[in-house]
Design a protein around this ligand. Structure first.
Ligand code: UDP
Length: 254
């Protein structure tokens, strides 16, 4: 056995050095955090489900020309990805009001927005990921205006595509968060979609019942968290039989 070199450990994933230069192995953990890391827990089976769901969605997105870091799934919890230099922004796209936009503007949860809205947040845990403007992004040099244009265009395309894809399986895409990175090849650099696309970073509601099928079940202590992730995976067709999953009772709120 050879010890793998850990490059980075985040809240939901560990990144190891990949087998070839320019690649990494993403390991999906069962750990869940919410409210800027104040709430911690474990959702048994989440890592394996998100690995599958993200594989499926990234592959479909590649099919419509959204370049992304996914190369191939390696095993239950791991996938091989292209190494990128992460752009320190979270691109949030919203179709229906939920979460922070409700508090910020006094909008009722579930209210349809006049049109899809994109927001930018700075990826900085110590600062609690503050909302930033395009002028902050350019003045502080977090991304160039060309990169912003590319990320905004890709985020709207992802929204249209995923809204339709989820609609077809009875799910409404309320909002989601994307992260992008710079991929360097010789003297070229391009912006590609990175991180993951899964119920950890999307809000997904059943169209008929409005039942939440995403991380809000964990955030709001609604119960049946792994079951909701498994339901999304099953409807996407990436899970044939529901595994026996249960929420590990290790949840603590600080
Ligand atoms: N989101 C995320 N990571 C974050 C913040 C938000 O994946 O650090 C996702 C979240 O799951 C939701 C969308 O981005 O689908 C919008 O989240 P919001 O700004 O409402 O914040 P939250 O309520 O998640 O704190």
């Amino acid at each position: 056995m050879v010890k793998r070199k850990k490059i980075y450990e985040g809240k939901a994933k560990i990144l190891y050095e990949g087998p070839e230069p320019g690649t990494l192995i993403a390991h999906f953990k069962d750990d869940a955090t919410a409210f800027n890391n104040q709430k911690h827990g474990q959702i048994e089976g989440k890592g394996a489900l998100n690995n599958r769901i993200s594989e499926y969605l990234m592959t479909r997105l590649d099919g419509i020309g959204i370049p992304n870091h996914f190369i191939r799934r390696l095993n239950m919890r791991e996938q091989l990805v292209h190494q990128v230099e992460i752009i320190p922004l979270e691109m949030v796209c919203r179709n229906v009001a939920a979460g922070t936009i409700c508090k910020r503007f006094g909008i009722k949860e579930g209210e349809k927005l006049p049109r899809p809205i994109i927001e930018y947040y700075l990826k900085d845990d110590a600062l609690g990921d503050p909302l930033v403007s395009e002028d902050h992004v350019s003045a502080f040099g977090w991304a160039s205006s060309q990169e912003m244009d590319d990320m905004v265009a890709m985020t709207f395309r992802v929204n249209d595509f995923l809204s339709g894809l989820f609609y077809a399986i009875g799910i409404q895409l309320i909002d989601f968060k994307l992260e992008f990175g710079r991929q360097y090849e010789d003297d070229m650099v391009r912006v590609i979609l990175a991180d993951e696309v899964s119920p950890d970073c999307c809000r997904l509601w059943d169209i008929k019942t409005n039942r939440k099928l995403d991380k809000d079940r964990f955030r709001e202590d609604l119960g049946e968290v792994p079951e909701a992730y498994a339901e999304v995976a099953r409807r996407l067709g990436v899970l044939k039989d529901e595994p026996k999953l249960k929420l590990v009772d290790r949840e603590t709120t600080e």
